[in-house]
Design a protein around this ligand. Structure first.
Ligand SMILES: Cc1cc2nc3c(=O)[nH]c(=O)nc-3n(C[C@H](O)[C@H](O)[C@H](O)COP(=O)(O)O)c2cc1C
Length: 355
């Protein structure tokens, strides 16, 4: 295997929203690769302006950089200009550089994974927090929410936010397509066993999610959102050491800003893994918050519109007015058990394209 392929073999373990892996690779030579990115904004309500996909691309590029240090290589990245934002394309050249030292994060590239189940409430140590604060460059800062009052605040926020996710038809289509049922691992989706509900609730969810009319009936007459919201949002929000907001120093606007944000997210998440901690992103309030701030329509459903506005203001209050527009990533973290189920990845052989 060429060095370039060995780097990609590791880098493809970068995280992406719903495990969409919005990247394909074109090998140009032993030390040269083109990353052809894409996004899912045309069919995924969460991929607002493709920003979450751009963050995933940033995570990929950062992981390539880290993996390359193991070979004494520097990764020089140039984004091709003049292409539509829907198709971000990057030329990467790996250059031998005596100043490059192997990154201590390399062993954690494949260990890093989402833990959606409850974690311990044991507080993080000062040393752990220092290491996490230092994992991002000075263009970013970590806002910490650790007290039981703050965790209750997050729990309420995510409980309300989950009602929105579970009652809007646009999100139903997304959820239906991203879960692989009866699965512990999934190459292209999220296995149901990694979603965070008990097996009985998973069975029920599978049956209900066959059609929107079943979802509506269940939600309207059987308080159908309560069990999944308690298991997926309320309990995990309380059962963790902290929630964090990763905030850019200035409000991110461009594709490059979101790629940079994805790099910061991945550095932070790999540091979490290095410290033996686990993390779950809680990105939907960030996304609904921006829909609301920018007066953008995200649903055809009248009550979801009202709920969306309420969730967005609750999130702004939680983060603080000034900071809320700068937060690119919201997540919970803590110590706990390793997840038994996880998303895997599309094999490298299927990620190659030739142009
Ligand atoms: C930009 C971004 C947003 C994400 N948002 C969420 C989220 O809101 N909730 C969640 O449980 N996981 C979220 N994830 C985690 C992905 O679902 C996960 O990374 C992917 O399925 C691959 O699984 P792995 O990280 O365990 O390898 C997000 C990941 C990224 C990169």
């Amino acid at each position: 295997m060429q060095v370039c392929e060995q780097i990609l073999e590791l880098a493809r373990w970068a995280p992406s929203g719903d495990n969409t892996q919005p990247w394909r690779f074109e090998i140009k030579g032993e030390h040269e690769v083109v990353v052809h990115g894409f996004d899912t904004r045309d069919h995924c309500v969460y991929d607002l302006d493709g920003h979450p996909s751009q963050m995933a691309l940033g995570a990929l590029l950062e992981t390539m950089r880290i993996a390359a240090t193991g070979y004494g290589l520097r990764a020089d990245v140039t984004r091709r200009l003049g292409l539509p934002d829907e198709k971000p394309t990057f030329d990467i050249r790996f250059v031998p550089d005596p100043a490059v030292q192997p990154s201590p994060l390399i062993p954690f590239i494949k260990v890093r994974t989402v833990q959606r189940r409850p974690l311990k409430t044991t507080a993080l140590t000062a040393a752990q927090k220092l290491a996490l604060d230092a994992s991002v460059t000075p263009d970013y800062e970590i806002a910490w929410f650790e007290t039981s009052k703050e965790r209750w605040g997050a729990a309420k926020l995510l409980f309300h936010n989950a009602k929105l996710r579970l009652t809007m038809p646009e999100a139903f289509e997304v959820h239906r397509n991203v879960i692989e049922w009866n699965a512990q691992f999934s190459e292209e989706k999220i296995p149901d066993q990694a979603v965070g509900v008990d097996p009985l609730t998973a069975k029920l969810m599978r049956w209900v999610m066959q059609s929107w009319s079943r979802v509506e009936f269940f939600n309207n007459w059987l308080a159908g959102t309560i069990m999944p919201r308690v298991q997926l949002d309320l309990i995990p929000s309380l059962a963790c050491a902290a929630h964090i907001g990763l905030a850019a120093k200035t409000v991110p606007k461009t594709l490059d800003d979101y790629v940079a944000a994805g790099r910061a997210m991945q550095r932070f998440w790999l540091e979490v893994a290095r410290l033996g901690l686990w993390l779950q992103p809680e990105m939907t309030p960030v996304i609904f918050g921006r829909y609301h701030r920018e007066h953008r329509v995200f649903t055809s459903d009248a009550s979801a519109k009202v709920l969306g506005a309420a969730v967005a203001s609750e999130f702004t209050n939680y983060l603080g007015e000034e900071r809320s527009g700068r937060v690119v990533f919201f997540a919970r973290l803590g110590t706990g058990n390793a997840p038994q189920a996880r998303s895997t990845r599309i094999p490298l052989s299927r990620l190659y394209i030739s142009k």
